[in-house]
Ligand binder design. Structure first.
Ligand SMILES: O=C(CO)[C@H](O)[C@H](O)COP(=O)(O)O
Length: 223
């Protein structure tokens, strides 16, 4: 029987077929993205380089000899490949389990196409069982936590964790997210919030989902 890691790896392998030739591509963060980076290393002559969504991803890309560019150095990104913590039928996601949500959202915003790679356990009917990560400016942490309680959540500080941007993460439990676009906007309105891990306004365009029957390809409305 294949393991969850094998499903992640299969999804990562499948993403290679979606890459344009000789382009700079966006690369996400996490264990599935790491499998993708390892696959990328095998075909690195076919791409010009990558923009990384975290320091960890940049280091892994560089360790494979893949050129890493700052986002400011590129005019556009044809593709962004990243994992997810949860993904629903509209290809809206919760991301940020690895704490890289803000840079992930920035790189995804620039990319023409978002390809989500995941194992089948990540597919859900409704987002919210996975605690929603919210990146906050450190001095605003208590204020933001109180506001998140008003929205129905139970925020918990991610202990001992500082983001690549020098901020904190509140993981918000107990949100049954019936209206992801609305909640994404509401949380962004709280003063002190840098970013939240709902990718609802910018869902994935293609989902490559690894599971016991192989890799399923699900296309979103824009793909
Ligand atoms: O958003 C992320 C990191 O901030 C990851 O994409 C998400 O946590 C999924 O991780 P993994 O591929 O390890 O299951």
């Amino acid at each position: 029987m294949m393991t969850q890691n094998a499903y992640k790896q299969a999804a990562a392998q499948a993403a290679i077929a979606f890459l344009p030739e000789q382009a700079v591509i966006g690369v996400g963060t996490g264990s599935t993205a790491n499998y993708f980076i390892d696959e990328l290393a095998k075909i690195k002559g076919r791409i010009d380089g990558a923009v990384a969504s975290s320091v960890a991803t940049a280091e892994r890309l560089k360790s494979h000899g893949i050129p890493v560019y700052e986002l400011q150095q590129v005019d556009s990104l044809p593709v962004y490949v990243d994992g997810a913590d949860e993904i629903n039928g509209h290809l809206q996601m919760i991301k940020g389990g690895g704490g890289a949500l803000t840079r992930e959202k920035i790189v995804a915003a620039v990319a023409e196409q978002f390809i989500c790679i995941a194992d089948h356990s990540k597919r859900v009917r409704q987002l919210g069982e996975f605690p929603l990560p919210v990146e906050v400016i450190p001095m605003a942490r208590s204020h933001v936590a109180r506001e998140l309680v008003k929205l129905g959540g139970r925020p918990a500080l991610r202990e001992g964790f500082v983001t690549d941007n020098g901020n904190l993460i509140l993981d918000v439990w107990g949100l049954a997210i019936a209206e992801p676009i609305k909640l994404e906007s509401e949380i962004n309105q709280i003063v002190g919030v840098v970013c939240n891990g709902l990718f609802a306004r910018r869902p994935a365009d293609v989902l490559l989902l690894g599971g016991p029957d192989g890799v399923e390809t699900v296309r979103g409305p824009r793909a």
